[in-house]
Ligand binder design. Structure first.
Ligand code: GRF
Length: 208
């Protein structure tokens, strides 16, 4: 049984999608060991509590310096013997020490078809504002392994979503969440838990 740590900073709709997928059997072989947030006000923590999962607050400002925060985050993951770290709207840069300790065992959901509209500063609504400003006809979401870059790790799953002429950033964000993020993030977890995901350098192959 794969032990998951889900890292969150906001509303937690992707966390909710994971919890719902586990409950309905769309994810087998994995369970949520802990939910960690940097933000005490994150509704995602409330979702975790309602679900009965540990809701752990690790806020950088509660530590004397950034290094102490990094060490606390790494320790929290190691002490719980976490197998897979899932970034679900986590807005803190993952410390290199965590990336090294969890090579190809950290995944992230990004609300665009990487390599479009990603990298530093491309998060939340900014992603959709850029997509609409560029006039793309198709956007979507990507699940990828996390490496030491920003949104640069090997791509696991992507799902396209049509952009409509009258979309606002908020409408497009919601459609991408509903039609793509909440589908491919649970799917990626289930595939990884089943041992079907293989990383070969920059390429990911998935057993059919
Ligand atoms: C989602 O749009 C996700 O793509 C991005 O951050 C947002 C998190 O939303 N990484 P939620 O907290 O899961 O509702």
């Amino acid at each position: 049984m794969l032990k998951l740590a889900v890292l969150v900073s906001g509303g937690g709709t992707n966390l909710q999608a994971i919890m719902d997928a586990i409950d309905k059997g769309a994810i087998t072989g994995a369970r949520i060991q802990t939910v960690i947030s940097n933000n005490a006000d994150a509704y995602a923590l409330e979702r975790a509590r309602k679900y009965g999962a540990e809701a752990l607050l690790l806020a950088p400002r509660d530590f004397e310096n950034r290094e102490a925060f990094h060490q606390a985050l790494l320790n929290a993951l190691l002490e719980r013997q976490i197998d897979l770290v899932v970034l679900a709207g986590y807005l803190v840069v993952v410390p290199p020490a965590v990336i090294r300790a969890f090579e190809n065992r950290i995944i992230n959901i990004h609300p665009s078809l990487i390599p479009s509209f990603c990298g530093t500063g491309c998060y939340g609504l900014h992603v959709h504002e850029k997509a609409l400003a560029r006039g793309v006809k198709v956007s979507g979401a990507t699940v990828h392994f996390v490496d030491e870059g920003t949104d640069t790790g090997p791509i696991i799953l992507q799902k396209p979503v049509a952009v409509k002429d009258d979309d606002t950033p908020e409408i497009l964000q919601r459609r991408i969440m509903e039609e793509a993020e909440w589908v491919i993030l649970p799917k990626a977890i289930d595939l990884i838990a089943a041992g079907k995901v293989h990383v070969n350098g920059r390429k990911v192959t998935i057993d059919q």
